[in-house]
Design a protein around this ligand. Structure first.
Ligand SMILES: O=C(O)CCC(=O)C(=O)O
Length: 284
């Protein structure tokens, strides 16, 4: 007979029951490539992953996202001359590859505990005339002092070419290691990259959207991720319809919260959340 658990670690996996860990798309990436990406992130605070999306994927994103760009930001952070789309997974399938790109998952698999979560998926369209965004970090809202390990990570994907004129994201290289204080504005470096590329950085890196001094919009999609024991920015388990959850990949489903951080975090009525997808489960 199995002995009674005497620590929480002994319980790890119990609630996962029939739905234990699912394979990550990151496993398909050559480990040498993933290790080189990780070394760059640790050294510089970011890595540019070039040309990961095909022209067809970019065209589909542009055509499906454009009709959703119907409002500008409500404050200086969102940007009064910037359009944003939230709850993207409920509105289009065209950005799924951005959320679950294997090259990104291979990095996340190495940086965070299993069953890390999607924290945000958002379209950001910086219009001509927008000023540069305030410098910030993407895990700065978790009240734990720095310097420390990142609690999450972000990707920003260029759907249009990113240039120094059109609002390419500005980063502060090396700023993931900083303790107190905000870096100087003069340290901003624009991430110039071709459409279909992304910049990956830990939640500790200082960055901000660039000023758009060009005559055309700059379209981007950002996906952010966090440790499985943290509260994601977007409450995906509340906002994502059951139909959407069924339509996405297993990687995305797991990152939406259809997974358990052992032994208990993420449970529904004492059970694994994937039970909600079984025949006969109550509708959302
Ligand atoms: O759009 C960008 O380039 C960066 C935006 C950003 O960092 C944010 O809104 O959190």
């Amino acid at each position: 007979m199995k002995p009674e658990a005497s620590t929480l670690s002994d319980l790890a996996g119990d609630l996962a029951g029939t739905y234990r860990r699912t394979a990550s798309g990151g496993d398909t990436v050559d480990p040498a490539i993933a290790e080189a990406d990780l070394a760059a992130v640790e050294r510089d605070g970011y890595v540019i992953l070039p040309d990961l999306l095909t022209p067809q994927e970019l065209d589909r994103i542009r055509s499906e996202v454009s009709p959703l760009l119907d409002r500008t930001g409500r404050n200086g952070f969102e940007g009064h001359t910037t359009q944003r789309v939230y709850s993207v997974l409920n509105k289009t399938r065209s950005c799924d590859r951005i959320a679950d790109h294997p090259r990104v998952l291979a990095l996340l698999d190495r940086m965070f505990l299993p069953n890390y979560l999607l924290s945000m998926l958002q379209v950001i369209n910086i219009l001509p005339g927008e000023q540069r965004q305030m410098l910030h970090t993407d895990d700065g809202f978790y009240p734990l002092p720095r310097p420390r390990k990142a609690l999450g990570a972000a990707t920003i994907w260029a759907i249009d070419d990113f240039t120094a004129e059109n609002g390419a994201t500005d980063i502060i290289p090396g700023s993931h290691r900083l303790g107190h204080g905000t870096p100087a504005e003069s340290e901003r470096v624009p991430v110039v990259m071709s459409a279909g590329s992304c910049v990956f950085f830990p939640g500790t890196l200082w960055h901000g959207g660039g000023a758009n001094r060009s005559t055309a919009p700059r379209l981007a999609v950002t996906a952010q991720y966090c440790e499985p024991w943290l509260r994601p920015q977007e409450a995906f388990t509340l906002s994502t319809t059951r139909d959407t959850v069924r339509a996405v990949s297993e990687d995305i489903r797991r990152m939406l919260g259809y997974s358990i951080h052992p032994p208990f975090i993420g449970q529904v009525d004492g059970m694994h959340p994937k039970r909600l997808l079984e025949p006969g489960a109550p509708p959302l």
